[in-house]
Write a protein that binds this ligand. Structure first.
Ligand code: AQP
Length: 333
């Protein structure tokens, strides 16, 4: 039976990229199949997080999930560090994964930059923990943005090697699910860089906590070119910033990018940007408002997350116990 698992790092406030590439997809899957969603705080600490801020960001990310439509009665919603199975299986799978596989991970290369000797060991091992997140639930499908595809593929390799090495078919091979017009939302300041919650420039992204004025201002100031819009995406091949804004529009309005362009053909950004800003505000404002309400009662958020962790633990703990058994550990208490 299909089971969906996915997560988001509370390493900052969630962005429009996280919403369109991940969170909105999570909501769509809910009710159709079993859905398990995780705030992956153990991943967030692979780079320094100020402790009080991390706590705040984790609750705020939970508020974003709930405000976007995740229903704790229909989905399991929890914090990674509350369920020990993740860290435990993460270690076991880091003994299955190969160093050479990790060396090919482009996200590590991007994040480490020239400083690869000085980053944390955890940042390097991140994909093994992510494999554990998914495999601890024996999940079959993983909705993610384009940037996480390589990590899900690595999870498949790790599952296959585990199965091969121990002569079992215990772990399924999870499939990345990458759908829609906004699988890779780009920075508003640089159309070749992905929109990211940890980009030092706040103007590069739309945060789910931004109010209507901030959203409109960021879109107005978004980098673009002076050309009018063409009638189809074909004409935007060499215009990454323009392509990005059209894709964002399409994802928000539920149209195809070509349908959006058909309406704006021949017009410039002076007409397109205000329309996009209105659309973005109409979609995001209700979510932001609900997030703010929820953040007024952090104890209630914690209660929801702890109840979610109990459900997650009930699924993951027996799976990891079986993986231990397969690997040859003596059964514990
Ligand atoms: N720009 C994006 N466009 C589409 N999808 C995106 N995702 C992230 N950025 C975009 C998707 O959101 C989910 C959660 O991502 P994550 O929190 O695990 O970390 P990330 O991919 O590294 O995202 P960020 O925002 O760039 O975080 P930082 O700055 O902390 O590294 C994933 O499904 C991801 O694909």
């Amino acid at each position: 039976t299909p089971r969906i698992f996915s997560g988001i790092q509370p390493s900052g406030g969630l962005t429009l990229g996280n919403y369109l590439g991940a969170l909105r997809r999570f909501v769509e899957k809910q009710g159709q199949v079993e859905t398990i969603y995780c705030l992956v705080d153990l991943h967030a600490i692979t780079v320094w997080q100020e402790p009080e801020r991390l706590r705040h960001q984790t609750r705020e990310a939970a508020a974003a999930f709930l405000a976007a439509g995740i229903d704790p009665a229909q989905s399991v919603l929890f914090v990674q560090s509350h369920v020990p199975a993740h860290a435990e299986l993460g270690w076991m799978l880091s003994c299955v994964a190969r160093v050479g596989w990790m060396n090919r991970m482009t996200q590590f290369k991007d994040k480490a930059g020239k400083n690869a000797e000085a980053v944390s060991l955890g940042l390097y091992a991140y994909p093994a923990l992510m494999a554990a997140d998914i495999l601890a639930y024996r999940a079959t499908h993983v909705p993610v943005g384009e940037d996480q595809k390589q990590h899900v593929e690595l999870t498949r390799d790790i599952a296959a090697k585990f199965n091969h090495d121990y002569g079992t078919d215990f772990f399924p091979s999870p499939e990345p699910v990458i759908e829609g017009a906004a699988t890779r939302v780009m920075s508003l300041r640089d159309g070749t860089k992905k929109m990211s919650k940890s980009d030092p420039s706040d103007a590069s992204r739309i945060n789910l906590t931004d109010d209507a004025d901030a959203i409109a201002q960021k879109i107005r100031k978004a980098r673009t070119d002076a050309e009018p819009l063409p009638g189809s995406m074909e004409g935007l091949k060499d215009r990454p910033e323009a392509r990005n804004l059209v894709n964002i529009h399409a994802a928000l309005s539920g149209e195809t990018p070509d349908a959006v362009l058909a309406r704006f053909e021949g017009q410039g950004f002076g007409a397109f940007k205000p329309a996009l800003a209105d659309l973005a505000v109409s979609v995001l404002e209700p979510i932001t408002r609900r997030m703010n309400e929820l953040m007024g009662d952090p104890a209630e958020i914690d209660r929801i997350l702890l109840a979610g962790a109990e459900k997650a633990d009930a699924i993951a703990s027996p799976i990891v116990a079986e993986a231990r058994e397969i690997m040859g550990m003596i059964r514990g208490a």
